[in-house]
Design a protein around this ligand. Structure first.
Ligand SMILES: [Zn+2]
Length: 506
């Protein structure tokens, strides 16, 4: 039986790297009202997968979902206050216009920073709470890279985050959120308790398959029951979001009255993570060693390798255009490699205007001013043109569409470079296939991605064939090289000798 009042659905998703250039409003893909409904109903929506899954599951549970507004930007720098204030005001106005609601589902990332606030998530949840009042349930889903604050939790009723990294379980979490919402709409009241760890694990330590985070998230889920413990939200946090709410967290949602139990569970999980913090330490491959490995691929007996430029991951605020690996491989005469994608809108458009077969002197990063994005000039040939909006087939974008903008394949000696108009990390084999290439057709695949590429390249590269290369960039996981000014100290791994106890922390 459908509830009389609707479930409002809203959300914005941005992961802010404090050191990246300010996020531009044009980086947000915005949908609202009828446009959002049409997108959700399309074969390959661009709206977040947890949002579309929540919508479908809520209907099967007899709820009446009402999608109002969604804005997604991936990772970038801080967002301007005027823009985010305007978006939130418009979303809240839609919520008011909807009239009485039975609940609100907020589809968020959780690591946004704006130019005037370090906690736009918390600001938004408070605005929503002010509109709907204390009795209407608010359920939130997050990316596990969220930096969770007390303000966020004080304005909501239940919270969950993806369990996987690469993030491939958004739809399951969307369905889980719908079930939580159904319990809350039926009258269940809740409490949320938080354990915040003084810990910012480096990004590449957080791959859940075979890593400590996967075990720790699973450990958290082991506390769920059908009675009191409704949700356990373990967030590794976004280490490059330098602000006072930085850090891993465990947030436990329980039925009203079980708050003491929730705090004990949160502390227990947090303490186990802390006790095993050394498992989040990382090592990477030096560039000169990566070059030697790439050169060794001239021997056909060697299995192909995937080199990950993790420090230039657009999905962590990198610009997707540093040339350290490209230049080193060109200088060394690496005979067969593909680099994808390289973000350079002017260069992609120039190649498109010249056409397939054209040869010209390309200047990479002619318009970019970021310190790590150095210009590089090379003679190239345009091998292929394409791009545009594609529907993903594997990994995080499976069944969801993404936009490369104009894309060109430029060949420079033995290296084919996919240059794109849009800044995007390597997330799907289609990013090559739409340009007439395959991952399997090269000895060395170089990707601009921190870890999500793993869910896409697994068709061609086993984990042992993936090399994380240590070169400079805005998204470097080598945190000791970064200046932190807002992150609470001491914090691990910056302050390795510190001590901490979950129960003594509050
Ligand atoms: Zn994430």
């Amino acid at each position: 039986m459908a509830t009389a009042a609707p479930i409002a659905i809203m959300g914005f998703q941005l992961e802010s790297n404090s050191h990246s250039p300010e996020c531009q409003p044009s980086e947000f893909f915005q949908l609202s009202g009828d446009d959002l409904l049409a997108d959700i109903a399309s074969p390959a929506p661009r709206a977040p997968r947890e949002l579309t899954a929540f919508m479908a599951e809520a209907k099967t549970l007899g709820l009446t979902p009402a999608p109002l507004a969604s804005a997604t930007a991936g990772a970038s720098g801080r967002i301007g206050q005027d823009f985010i204030d305007g978006w939130m005001a418009a979303a809240v106005a839609r919520l008011r216009d909807l009239g009485p609601v039975a609940g609100v589902y907020l589809c968020q990332h959780g690591a946004a920073i704006s130019t005037g606030s370090e906690d736009p998530d918390g600001d938004f949840y408070a605005l929503v709470r002010a509109v709907v009042g204390p009795e209407v349930p608010i359920v939130v889903t997050l990316d596990p890279h969220a930096n969770v604050s007390a303000k966020m939790l004080s304005n909501i009723d239940a919270i969950i985050a993806y369990h996987t990294n690469p993030h491939v379980d958004q739809q399951e979490r969307g369905r889980e959120a719908a079930h939580l919402m159904a319990r809350l709409v039926a009258g269940q009241k809740t409490e949320i308790k938080l354990a915040k760890l003084p810990m910012i694990p480096p990004s590449i330590s957080q791959v859940t398959k075979g890593g400590p985070l996967g075990e720790h998230i699973a450990y958290g889920q082991s506390f769920l029951d059908d009675d009191e413990v409704m949700a356990v939200c373990t967030c590794s946090g976004f280490s490059l979001g330098d602000n006072t709410k930085a850090g891993m967290s465990v947030a436990v949602t329980v039925v009203e009255g079980a708050g003491t139990k929730a705090q004990t569970i949160a502390d227990t999980i947090a303490q186990r993570i802390w006790d095993e913090r050394n498992r989040y330490d990382i090592t990477m491959t030096a560039l000169e060693d990566a070059v030697a490995m790439a050169k060794a691929l001239d021997d056909p007996a060697q299995p192909p390798l995937c080199f990950a430029d993790v420090a230039d991951n657009p999905g962590s605020g990198g610009r997707g255009n540093t040339t350290y690996i490209l230049k080193a491989f060109l200088d060394a005469g690496v005979s067969d490699a593909i680099l994808a994608p390289f973000f350079d809108a002017p260069l992609a458009l120039q190649a498109a205007s010249l056409g397939v077969g054209a040869r010209f002197t390309a200047t990479f990063n002619s318009a970019e001013t970021q310190e790590f994005s150095q210009p590089l000039t090379a003679e190239v040939e345009v091998l292929a043109l394409g791009g545009g909006v594609q529907t993903g087939r594997r990994g995080m974008y499976a069944g969801r569409s993404f936009d490369l903008g104009t894309a060109a394949v430029l060949r420079c000696d033995g290296i084919r470079i996919v240059v794109t108009e849009k800044r995007i990390q390597f997330l799907d084999p289609l990013m090559l296939e739409c340009l007439g290439m395959r991952m399997q057709d090269t000895r060395a695949l170089i990707v601009k991605s921190r870890g999500h590429f793993r869910a896409a390249v697994d068709e061609a590269f086993a984990d042992a064939q993936i090399i994380e290369v240590d070169v400079p960039g805005l998204a470097t996981p080598m945190l000791h090289r970064i200046t932190f000014t807002q992150t609470p100290r001491p914090i691990y791994p910056l302050d390795r000798d510190m001590t901490w106890s979950a129960t003594e922390a509050h």
